[in-house]
Design a protein around this ligand. Structure first.
Ligand code: ADP
Length: 455
């Protein structure tokens, strides 16, 4: 059970008037929680079985625009309903909101009651099932990086997002003094998430002004993605409740480093042992790990879109910023796309450093599992590790450098099409295309300043 509240415990809490609201949520393409706030009594009387939402929730952009060009839904199709099916194993308290619990839902087709193939939780479930057929379970951890800002979201919006002031004035990497000043936000983040059943390990200052990182203990892949999504949501709500704001944009200013989501992965066998570990292998790596990692590396260009879904995501990939651009691996070296961690120990695992803080964890983990599984199926061999400054490695393969390129590589990926189906990949290719179309339509401040007089 991933949550920390049984249905019976919820009923008892409702009868004692301790809980009056149940947030009933799905995860959208952008990795956000969308749904309804149920009166708890109605939830336990009937909505726990199912409720409904408009099927446009898996076809909008960040601004909830009704984007055309999707086969799954459209104006012509009448934008019908999906069934939201609560996954009661995810029921949990939401301690940062009074009297509130939360449940995550799967999305089902209204007529067939089959899971919607392009729903993020469904896509991850599918890859978890493939791995299970091979006798394995994936355990993952995502590290959440983000910036805290002095002002609230509303203040920033009203000022047109000008004068964005981070909460601190200097690089706060591992900085105890500066992060003490951020405890009004970060302490409730840690403690409330912990009480919500999310095993927070720590928070720390990161290598920029106002940048924080939140680490959560590794867990089975679906739990990891659920934890990430709820934690990101909590950070925003708790920052808001304190009159501050938190941003998970991958790159909010050209001259500051961006924010990442590093993804740690290991594969476990049926005896619940880390199947990546073999004490007799190089660096303690098993053959299975070598094949899985070779798949991750080979197919990184195919799934880069799922690690970097917006135009802005690609601005983070810059030399000398710890945001890697090369699909090679290394031993405890932060300049390569993939870093071997815990080498020689039972905790041996691979960390993918390519993803930005703006990724959708379900899609990112699903795509990486698909690549790793393909590596195992193809019995791929792992090249020797890269060393030194990988940014300068001339022969190492690059990941796509723009959303346009990443979209093309994703769209043409046989591996992804076989893992997720043509319809699913076409759906996300349309999502990426829309981001490009929207960006191409706007005239930016940069163009005006550069060309107004001089062009
Ligand atoms: P660092 O010092 O680089 O932050 P940590 O030891 O704190 O490294 O681990 C980083 C993340 O890796 C944590 O979220 C931790 O739970 C996770 N992790 C540890 N062991 C494993 C494993 N076997 N598989 C996947 N993730 C793991």
């Amino acid at each position: 059970m991933a949550g920390n509240l049984t249905f019976d415990a919820l009923k008892a809490a409702v009868s004692k008037d301790e809980i009056d609201t149940v947030l009933t949520c799905i995860v959208d393409m952008q990795g956000r929680l969308m749904g309804k706030r149920f009166h708890a009594q109605h939830f336990i009387d009937s909505a726990f079985e199912e409720t409904h939402c408009c099927n446009y929730l898996l076809a909008t952009d960040l601004e909830m625009y009704t984007v055309e060009g999707y086969a799954a839904t459209s104006w012509a199709g009448g934008y019908g309903d999906y069934v939201m099916k609560p996954d009661l194993s995810t029921l949990r308290l939401v301690p940062w909101l009074e009297g509130t619990a939360m449940v995550l839902c799967d999305l089902l087709d209204h007529h067939t009651h089959e899971e919607v193939a392009h729903a993020p939780r469904t896509m991850l479930k599918k890859q978890i099932a493939r791995l299970k057929d091979l006798g394995f379970t994936a355990k993952c951890a995502t590290e959440l990086e983000f910036f805290l800002f002095e002002k609230s979201y509303d203040d920033m919006r009203k000022s047109g997002f000008r004068d964005l002031e981070p909460i601190s004035g200097y690089n706060e990497d591992y900085h105890i003094l500066q992060t003490t000043k951020e405890e009004a936000v970060m302490r409730p983040v840690r403690n409330h998430l912990y009480k919500a059943g999310i095993p927070v390990e720590n928070t720390k200052g990161e290598a920029e002004t106002g940048q924080e990182e939140l680490n959560i203990r590794y867990s089975e892949a679906m739990n990891c993605a659920d934890y990430h999504t709820i934690a990101k949501h909590a950070v925003k709500e708790i920052a808001w409740a304190n009159g501050r704001s938190a941003s998970f944009l991958a790159k909010w200013r050209a001259d500051k480093v961006g924010s990442s989501t590093h993804i740690h992965q290991s594969i476990w066998n049926e005896a619940n042992e880390n199947a990546f570990h073999d004490p007799s292998g190089d660096h303690g790596m098993s053959k299975l790990m070598r094949q899985y990692m070779a798949g991750l590396i080979k197919y990184a260009p195919d799934y880069t879109y799922f690690l970097a879904p917006y135009i802005n995501s690609y601005k983070r990939f810059q030399k000398g910023t710890f945001a890697p651009t090369k699909t090679v691996w290394s031993v405890d070296n932060r300049t390569a796309g993939f870093r071997l961690c815990g080498d020689g120990t039972k905790a041996v695992r691979v960390e993918c450093r390519i993803g930005g803080s703006d990724l959708n964890p379900y899609l990112a983990i699903a795509a990486q599992l698909a690549a790793g599984i393909r590596g195992i199926e193809e019995k791929l061999d792992l090249d020797p590790p890269a060393s030194g400054d990988v940014y300068e490695a001339k022969r190492a393969r690059e990941i796509p450098g723009t959303l346009r390129d990443a979209r093309e590589t994703m769209r043409k990926s046989k591996m992804l099409r076989e893992a997720f189906s043509d319809a699913v990949i076409d759906h996300y290719a349309r999502a990426a295309e829309w981001e490009i179309e929207e960006f191409d339509r706007v005239v930016t401040d940069y163009e005006i300043a550069r060309g107004f007089e001089r062009a």
